[in-house]
Design a protein around this ligand. Sequence first.
Ligand SMILES: Nc1ncnc2c1ncn2[C@@H]1O[C@H](COP(=O)(O)OP(=O)(O)OP(=O)(O)O)[C@@H](O)[C@H]1O
Length: 327
Amino acid sequence: MANDSTLELVSLTKRYGSTVAVDAISHNFQAGVYACLLGPSGCGKSSTLRMIAGHEDVSDGSIVLSGRDVSHLPPAKRGTAMMFQNYALFPHLSVRDNVAFSLRMSGVDKPERYKRADEMLDLVEMTSLADRRPDQLSGGQQQRVALARALITRPQVLLLDEPLSALDPFLRIRMRAELKRLQRELGISFIHVTHGQDEALALADEIIVMNDAKIEQAGPARDVFNKPRTAFVARFMGGHNVLKLPQGHIALRSDEMIVTTPDEGRIDGRVIGVEYQGTHIALTAEVAGGQEVTALMPDASFLDAPKDLGEVIGLQWEDRVAHPLTA
Ligand SMILES: Nc1ncnc2c1ncn2[C@@H]1O[C@H](COP(=O)(O)OP(=O)(O)OP(=O)(O)O)[C@@H](O)[C@H]1O
């Protein structure tokens, strides 16, 4: 299933009446990329995904897959497949028939569609449960079936809308490793919508952060985390402080903040929170202008020099860890 297909969004826009859900976004997804569309509720992630899948009309702009404008093609003719949040399995069909369903719709004969369904079930390690019905499966198993069902059409791009949200935290971590394995094995692009920063960081080669119907920043996962361009991205990705200084706004990773004495710090602040987090202590201080800054201290360093609520501390950082923000 490996291919050279790049997916291009060109000024893609979705309007629902007077609401602009997606505002002229443009982006190139390289072939074989694991991309996460990340952003808060209502920022336009699902609308973007549904337009790519063909489940939502495009208001303006276009979607180009392998050089072909697919913007107005029906979903089954695009070379994409979608896996839904609730898996949308047919309760009265066996696992095998669920997986083979789209082939039945397109008139593939039974021996061929069962052969391909069994290949897909093998891929997601569900061969032994092929004759069960969905209500006889766990959440994680249902998800594997939904994946197999989406992949059977041999898409160039698999679209996943919050695929892990129905799973408990333990299973979610296991299944995200599975998703990554599958994507590598198949060599196709996965575009995965999530509002979880951890999920995006764990999975994505590329993260596209959306805010208010636009792309706020896109790039390799490490760059988006380490070099946020705007205060929104820094705050949304987490693990950063956004600080307003006379020279402008900067982002500083909490684990790069050095807690010291007031005379040795660049700024000082009063401790307003001390939170034990296992390997670290999160120390929050109020600094000039009522801003809050969090420093993550390894628990051993904290125990060497404990800080109390109300105590005045100094905060220090190296120049290289301060990222100027544009907005
Ligand atoms: N069918 C619809 N009719 C009208 N407005 C809609 C419709 N679907 C989405 N919207 C609006 O479009 C905007 C973007 O919605 P969308 O579902 O794409 O966001 P999202 O980022 O996926 O959010 P979530 O994470 O909550 O699913 C929101 O303001 C939403 O209320």
